[in-house]
Design a protein around this ligand. Structure first.
Ligand code: SF4
Length: 363
């Protein structure tokens, strides 16, 4: 079922390891910019024999710079921006009677599933691009301008836990106005491991280097809408569905219900419940991989029993270290809005950070 939406079987044919390697060895005047997703910086450790859950953020940046990249951006930066845009969209839908429940949009395998099998739910999906889509757009449409580089001279390489991100990068909605792909190459965590090994870089002994830029929608919507911090959410299984979780909060006197649905089988069950009128949430997070991106199709294959829990613990540790966890307080994000994007859902934000979806049930 998953392979229909998430092109896991296409890894061998779609691998860009050789092309990216050739590019890095002969850049022909191009500026090569990488971005790396949070799940990658934990799982890459396992490619080099380190314990599952080991945080390798700085070594990852070191390795990518040693390969010849000019800059390494943190996808967490636009994960925060996605949350700002998605949170503002949720608030707007709640206040102005928009389509609810609103569904998250960051998992491309989930988007494929809706476009191919459940097009009737397209209006429910947030129009906010995924963090990969937002970062590539900003690199080609903003960062390049700031640096005085032509967008066509910038090549973007994204390192993701996910094979479906390769598919996302090809969506025409995510090309620049002049027809350039905003994300040129997507490497999975495993493929980046191959590239590092191909170049005989000793990963475990690399120094730690920071990313080029330092761096949740519901939290932002709640705090912008009520002026109060989001209380701790207590997720409980939906009655009769151990694996589908829900929580409820008071939103200015209105009971606001959220749900989290991970795994393709659970998604099918949940959408059936909506159609039968049995699910009544306002906001739902969907991720096709069980446990989210740490279990993505592009992550290292592990033989350890508890590798997912260990990767998760590593990610939580990174989150604990993050100084400003609330997106609307993130000073880099605020600066970007002040100097360029104006405000969430502005005309510019819509143009560069949002997208649209298509009914593909016929093909
Ligand atoms: Fe990709 Fe899986 Fe994460 Fe979805 S949940 S974005 S398919 S790794």
């Amino acid at each position: 079922q998953c392979s229909y939406y998430c092109p896991v079987g296409a890894i061998a044919e779609n691998s860009s390891v050789r092309e990216v390697n050739d590019l890095l060895h002969n850049k022909k005047g191009k500026i090569v910019v990488f971005q790396t997703a949070p799940a990658t910086r934990v799982a890459i450790s396992e490619e080099f024999g380190l314990e599952p859950g080991t945080i390798s953020t700085g070594k990852l940046v070191s390795a990518i710079k040693s390969l010849g990249a000019d800059a390494v951006f943190d996808t967490n930066f636009t994960a925060d921006l996605t949350i700002m845009e998605e949170g503002s969209e949720l608030l707007d839908r709640v206040k102005n009677g928009g389509v609810l429940p609103m569904f998250t949009s960051c998992c491309p395998a989930w988007i494929n599933m809706v476009e191919k099998s459940y097009p009737e739910f397209i209006p429910n999906i947030s129009s906010a691009r995924s963090p990969q889509g937002m970062l590539s757009s900003l690199v080609k449409n903003y960062w390049a301008q700031m640096k005085g580089i032509r967008a066509e001279d910038v090549v973007t390489v994204s390192v993701m836990p996910c094979t479906a991100k390769k598919d996302e990068a090809k969506r025409k909605q995510l090309f620049t106005d002049s027809g350039l792909a905003e994300t040129d190459y997507v490497l999975t965590t495993r493929e980046l491991g191959k590239l590092i090994k191909l170049n005989d870089i000793s990963f475990p002994s690399l120094p730690e280097i920071p990313m080029t830029i330092p761096s949740a929608a519901l939290r932002t919507a709640y705090e912008l809408g009520t002026g109060k911090p989001l209380p701790t959410l207590h997720f409980n299984p939906v009655r009769g569905f151990e694996t589908i979780k829900e929580a409820e909060i008071d939103f200015n006197g209105m009971p606001f219900k959220v749900a989290v649905v991970h795994g393709a089988v659970n998604i099918h069950k949940y959408l059936k419940m909506i159609k039968e009128g049995l699910a009544k949430h306002h906001f739902v997070e969907f991720m096709v991989c069980k446990g989210g991106c740490i279990g993505g199709g592009g992550e290292p294959k592990s033989l350890a029993d508890d590798y997912l829990q260990k990767r998760m613990a590593g990610l939580y540790k990174i989150d604990d270290f993050k100084e400003l966890r609330k997106s609307h307080l993130n000073s880099s994000i605020n600066k970007l809005y002040e100097t360029f994007l104006e405000h969430p859902l502005s005309h510019k934000s819509h143009h560069l950070l949002h997208t649209h979806y298509k009914d593909r049930s016929d093909n």
